[in-house]
Structures are given as structure tokens and as C-alpha cells.
Write a protein that binds this ligand. Structure first.
Ligand code: BGC
Length: 716
């Protein structure tokens, strides 16, 4: 396809409609009724509807093919539309929420999960996904932490690469174009409130928040979605420094920049654009190419061109970018791409995909506490299954596409599948509301706990209380759930608490009262089966937290790679005057980044570095021996952190710079090695350039971020 020639044939109005993304709901696929009420409200021109550049959401393979046929029949220049959707954590088969999956530290698994999602979505008619979501977040109050990979930039970059590859797929039989989001700093809203401003130094922006988007783009992402918030005073979508200077000029990104839902229009609400018309003028300057949901560009584009405020060259550049992406996706040759109703019937929710989802749920679970309670023996006669989430389909967690909630395996179903002959005594115990105080059902639950061999207590968040616009000022479980944990655990010491959550919670009290806490986040379609396997030792928990769990909400944002500060408080257990800290609580979180227990024990020994000097272009190797000294074959995530002792700007107390996931049988020992090069030491310095600075470094290898250094070396 000669894109340039195609562009030359297009009228201005046709071009403006290419810059539009509409919600699929507003397009009817029946050619006799192309315009719905909403379309009229949006003031769209019926004669140009089939020039619309993109649709948000597929309606399944069959209808999507019909819609595309309609486009090709009516579009003057026969330009196919591109169908985009939030395929965030699966399509029909759902794997754990992204925060959960990140705790697996398993890049191969992340790639496989994305690839499975792409397979299901692309045969069902989707062309591009609005994923991966790459907003680093350090604040558990923000509801969208569930969609992130946690607080660490290095890990988020690794996940960005793996998932981008996975979504893109083999490109022959399935695959999705990748649209990463939400650039930039959307994960750092002030006070954890969704859509609130993010305000940060250029160094923090470049060091912490930007690298994951860049990693996804380098791996092939074709679209970038702008954040909904203001970054340093300017709405992201109109932020020329971000979208033009950095994204286009520095990174050379030539794909599509899309505004988030309604966000171009809402730059007026921010008090930045004076009007929707001015928003379009500014958007053309910051090189936005596609407008999601609102219709300012098609409404005001012509007027702005006639007034000379927007040039035809600016419009052409934007259209060209969209057409190029369509070409890259192969839509001109095959406008239906992989959409195939028969294949969709076979692939969506197939056995193989469910199996992968189950494995992903098992690998993502993090064992937060275990006083010799877990694993349970499979020989038990009776199980008390208690809690508002014990027989609840919503443990699947939010962000669905073609998902049917009824397919979720609940914990009750999972236990029955694994142990069909065991007697299960079920009680809800209390409600799931955010502030539930009704404790009237707890007595019944306690009685069941007393008469059963073991107790599985399923508590946590309502799925609908995390996600977009679900910020929280309190991070504790409801009073009723706290009471339930206290009383049930008291009545039977063989109680394991299974925690469902979309974010780190404050578990300071539960850490004292509960005998065991297994955090499974929202585990997806196969949650119940995975949880049964984990509780009864068919699989051993190996996940490590990717976001710190605070002691109290006042600590938020709390994260492991903080700065030292002057007057650094060295003893967190004592109240120390003139030290940086709280007088009524610790600085450290309850459970730190990288933390997670196992049913077995691992011994770390023989920490070594190959040299204590590293030169330009040189490399050294750090190694450690890890031995399984417990009873279960299990996986361990070995983590390497580096501390840069001095720099042109102050440096964090430590930063993750490598990790390896290994599996060891009892008594087995492996040597784990990490390479350290100049690149491992690089950071964004005072001159805003990313490079390593000469000086001394400390190195740490171990099983969480709370470990001590074992050696120092010098970069000379
Ligand atoms: C969200 C985006 C999402 C878009 C389209 C917005 O509300 O912020 O993450 O991609 O909707 O569904």
C-alpha cells in the first residue's frame, strides 16, 4: 500500500475522522442504521462515520468482521478501521491481576500469559491492546496499583519487554499491536488520588517513571497512551516536553499517541485549555494523533485549519502515523487480521489456557506469614471454609474482555476438586463491604472452625474496590473481617488466612493474630484450583512482593529504594530525636519489596565478586550459593541489589539490578551468578544524562530487599 498516495487522495474531513477513536457501542454494524443516538450527541457526521480511524472494543469475531466489511464498503478510500481493546490480563481466560503476576518475577511466564491473551483476543477480532500498563507506583492508596508491576523500575522494564513480546506474538497466526500506557507518571498521583496531579523533578521522571515505556517501545510498541493527569502542571496529552521533546525527538517514536478516555476534552476541566477547540490546537502541537471517545478534533479541525491555527502538515503527519500503524498491522492486505469465529470457539478459554492461568496464579502467590500452619495435610477429614470470599466468583479480579464471571473457580470449588472426599463446613462469617461492622455471623463461623481439622479463611478486598478511580484513604480490612480473623484463629490454630487484594493492605494486626497469611491478590479464572494446590502442598508458594506493604497508611508512599536523607534513622525500633522518621511508628514497611516465604528454607552462602574494580566497558561477576535446606522442592527468587555510595545527585539506599528464579530439590545447591557492567551502574545524573559515574558501590544478594551488603567495589 502506498500510504503517501492514499493520504493525497483524502479530503480534510476524511483525514480528521482517521484521528478519531469511537467506542464500538456507538457504531451499529447494520448498514441500514449506521447512526445511533450517541453519535448524534457527539455531533458526528453520518456520512463520515465509516472513515473513523479506530474503534474501542471488539464485539467478538463474527460481528467484528461484519463491522469491518461495513467500513470497507462505505469508506471512500477503503481504509480499514483498527480495533483496540484493553486486553490487560487475559481476554476470556484471565490470569492474576498484573500486580500479582509481577510477584512471580518470571519473565517467561509473563510473556506466555501475554501471548495467550493475544491469541484469544486476536482470533476474536481485536487488533491492538492498550497494554502493558507501565506506570510505576509506590502508593498503595492508588486503586490502579493492581494494574501495575509494582514499585520498581528495573522489574517493570523487564516485564514491559516480556509482555510486549508476548502480546505481539508470532505475527503469523495471532498477535496484537501493543499500546503501552499511561505516559507518564500516572502512577504517582499526589496523595494517591486517581487523576490527581503528578509533580516531580526531571531526574525522577527520567530515572523512575519513563524507562518502562521506553522499554516497551524498543520492543515494538506501536502506540502510547497519554496519562489522564497533569505532569508538572501540564496535562500529559498536551505536554510537549513529554510527548514531543522526549517521546518523539529523543526516543524517535513514530507510532500513534492517543489521548485516554475523554481526556482531550477534560484538559479544559484541568484549567489548561480554554476551550475544546484550543485543546485541539495544542494537541496538534504536542503531536497527539488520535482522540479517544470525545470528538473535539473532528468538530474543530476544519475551523482551526481555515483560521491557520493548525496546519495541514500537522494533520497529515498525524494521519500518516495512523495509516502506517494500520499498514504495519497488515490491515490493508487483510482487514480482518486473525478474526475467525470458528477458531475463536476453539481457542477462547481452552484447557491449555486455563492450565497456564492456574500456573500463573500459583507462581504469583506470596506467603506473608507461616507459623508452621502450612502446608496442610491432604489426609484431613474436615475443612472449615470461612469468609466472604470463600465461595465468591469475584476473586477473579477486574479488567475483563470476553470473560464470563461464572467460569471462575471459587476456593470452595477448588478444594472440592482437589479433595472430593473431605467434609467441607462452609460459613461466610461476615460481609465484604468496605466498612462492614456486622459481626452477627461470626459465632457460627467460630463453631465450624472448632469442629473442623483445619480452617481456610478467605478475606480481603471487594474486587470492585480496586482499579480506576478506587483510591483509598484507609488500607485496613473492615472491622468485621478483622474480628473474624481474630476469633476464628483463636478457636483453631490450624487456620490459614487467604488474602485477596488489588493493592498492599495494612496487615499490622493480622501479622500478629493470624498463624499463616497467603496473599493471592486477585488470582484469575483458575484461582480456586491454584489456591487448593498451594494450601495442600501440591505447589509451594514462591512469589515475592513487588510493592511494600505498609505498617500504616501514614507511611505511604513507602518503597525500598528511598534516599538516605541527612539524620538518617538507623534504628527503626526506637524513638530517636532529630532523626528522619515518625515518632509513632517505624520507617520500614511491614513486608518489604522482594519479601515472600516458602514451605522450605534456603541457605545463602559463599557470596563473591570476581574483582573489586570495574573499568570502562569492563564487567565483573557476583555470585552466591543457594541451598535448599528444607523438605520441599521449591523455587526461589534470588535478588541482586546495588548501592551507589556517592553521585552527582544523591542515590538510593539500594536498587534492584538483577534477579534469577531457580528451582531446588531438598539438599540441592546451585551457584547463581550476576553480571555487573557499566550499564548496571548507570543512572540519570545532574546533567540529566543516563550514565555510570566513577566511584564506590556496594553489592547485596539475597532473598528480599532487606538484606545487608557483602562487598564493595569501585568503578574506575
Ligand atoms: C483508562 C485506560 C483505558 C481506557 C479505555 C480509561 O478510562 O484509563 O487505561 O485504556 O479507559 O478503556
Amino acid at each position: 500500500m502506498d500510504i503517501k498516495r492514499l493520504l493525497d487522495k483524502m479530503s480534510l474531513k476524511e483525514k480528521l475522522y482517521q484521528l478519531q477513536q469511537l467506542d464500538s457501542n456507538v457504531i451499529m454494524y447494520d448498514e441500514n442504521m449506521p447512526v445511533t443516538g450517541i453519535l448524534q450527541k457527539l455531533e458526528l457526521d453520518e456520512n463520515y462515520i465509516f472513515e473513523t480511524g479506530s474503534l474501542l472494543n471488539s464485539f467478538g469475531a463474527k460481528r467484528t468482521i461484519e463491522i469491518q466489511k461495513n467500513f470497507l464498503m462505505h469508506s471512500k478510500n477503503k481504509i480499514p478501521t483498527v480495533i483496540m481493546q484493553d486486553v490487560v490480563r487475559g481476554y476470556k481466560t484471565l490470569y492474576p491481576i498484573n500486580l500479582g503476576l509481577s510477584c512471580s518475577f518470571d519473565m517467561d511466564l509473563c510473556e506466555k500469559c501475554a501471548s495467550m491473551a493475544a491469541k484469544e483476543a486476536s482470533v476474536d477480532g481485536v487488533h491492538m491492546t492498550f497494554a502493558p500498563m507501565l506506570d510505576v507506583s509506590r502508593d498503595a492508596r492508588w486503586g490502579r496499583v493492581m494494574e501495575t508491576s509494582g514499585e520498581d523500575t528495573y522489574l517493570t522494564c523487564e516485564i514491559a519487554k516480556a509482555t510486549t513480546r508476548g502480546f505481539q506474538g508470532d505475527g503469523k497466526t495471532y498477535g496484537l499491536g501493543v499500546g503501552c500506557k499511561h505516559m507518564a507518571g500516572y502512577g504517582a498521583p499526589e496523595s494517591g488520588k486517581d487523576y490527581n496531579l503528578s509533580d516531580m523533578s526531571e531526574i525522577t521522571l527520567r530515572e523512575i517513571y519513563l524507562p518502562p515505556y521506553k522499554a516497551s517501545i524498543d520492543e515494538g510498541a506501536m502506540l502510547v497512551m497519554a496519562g489522564q493527569q497533569t505532569l508538572n502542571g501540564v496535562p500529559c496529552v498536551l505536554n510537549s516536553h513529554l510527548m514531543k521533546d522526549i517521546l518523539r525527538d529523543e526516543w524517535g517514536f513514530d507510532g500513534i499517541v492517543i489521548s485516554d478516555y475523554n481526556c482531550l476534552a477534560s484538559t479544559v476541566d484541568h484549567g489548561y485549555s480554554e476551550s475544546h477547540k484550543q485543546a485541539v490546537e495544542l494537541a496538534m502541537q504536542s503531536e497527539m494523533n488520535m482522540e479517544m471517545a470525545t470528538t473535539c478534533v473532528v468538530k474543530y479541525g476544519e475551523e482551526l485549519v481555515n483560521e491557520g491555527k493548525v496546519s495541514i502538515e500537522q494533520i497529515d503527519k498525524a494521519v500518516l502515523r495512523i495509516l502506517k500503524v494500520k499498514e504495519k498491522l497488515g490491515l490493508f492486505e487483510n482487514p480482518y487480521r486473525y478474526a475467525d469465529p470458528n477458531e475463536a470457539n476453539k481457542i477462547l478459554g481452552c484447557k491449555e489456557h486455563k492450565e497456564l492461568a492456574r500456573i500463573a496464579s500459583e507462581e504469583s502467590a506470596v506467603l506473608l506469614k507461616n507459623d508452621c500452619v502450612l502446608p496442610f495435610s491432604k489426609d484431613v477429614k474436615s475443612v472449615a471454609l470461612i469468609g466472604p470470599l470463600a465461595d465468591e466468583k469475584q476473586i477473579v479480579g477486574s479488567w475483563w474482555c470476553a470473560y464470563d464471571k461464572n467460569e471462575t473457580v471459587t476456593v470452595l470449588e477448588g478444594i472440592k476438586n482437589l479433595l472430593p472426599y473431605v467434609k467441607i463446613n462452609y460459613a461466610m462469617g461476615c460481609g465484604l463491604e468496605l466498612d462492614a461492622t456486622d459481626i452477627s455471623q461470626i459465632d457460627e463461623a467460630v463453631e465450624l472452625a472448632k469442629e473442623s481439622d483445619i480452617v481456610i479463611l478467605c478475606v480481603g478486598e471487594d474486587m470492585r474496590d480496586s482499579g480506576e478511580s478506587k483510591s483509598k484513604a484507609f488500607l485496613e480490612l473492615s472491622p468485621a473481617q478483622k474480628e473474624l480473623i481474630r476469633r476464628v484463629t483463636e478457636s483453631n490454630k490450624n487456620t490459614a488466612t487467604v488474602l485477596f487484594t488489588g493493592r498492599p493492605l495494612v496487615l499490622t494486626e493480622e501479622n500478629k493474630t493470624a498463624g499463616a497469611i497467603l496473599n493471592v491478590f486477585f488470582p484469575g479464572t483458575e484461582g480456586g484450583n491454584a489456591i487448593a494446590n498451594l494450601l495442600f502442598g501440591n505447589s509451594v508458594p514462591c512469589g515475592k512482593l513487588t510493592m511494600s506493604f505498609p505498617h500504616n497508611v501514614g507511611q505511604c508512599p513507602v518503597y525500598y529504594n528511598h534516599f538516605k536523607t541527612g539524620n538518617y534513622r538507623t534504628d527503626d525500633t526506637k524513638r530517636m530525636v532529630f532523626k528522619s522518621g515518625y515518632i509513632d511508628g517505624p520507617n520500614k514497611p511491614l513486608y518489604p519489596f522482594g519479601y515472600g516465604l516458602s514451605y522450605t528454607d534456603f541457605e545463602y552462602s559463599s557470596h563473591k565478586i570476581s574483582s573489586d574494580i570495574i573499568n570502562d566497558n569492563g564487567k565483573i561477576t557476583a555470585s552466591v550459593k543457594v541451598k535448599n535446606i528444607g523438605k520441599y522442592k521449591a523455587k526461589e527468587i534470588v535478588q541482586m541489589y546495588i548501592q551507589d555510595l556517592f553521585g552527582s545527585v544523591v542515590r538510593p539506599v539500594k536498587e534492584l539490578r538483577g534477579f534469577k528464579k531457580i528451582e531446588l530439590s531438598p539438599n540441592e545447591e546451585k551457584t547463581v551468578e550476576f553480571e555487573i557492567t557499566e550499564d548496571t551502574l548507570a543512572f540519570v545524573g545532574a546533567d540529566l544524562k543516563r550514565k555510570a559515574e566513577k566511584g564506590r558501590f556496594r553489592i547485596f544478594i539475597g532473598n528480599s530487599s532487606e538484606i545487608e551488603p557483602f562487598a564493595e567495589f569501585e568503578y574506575k
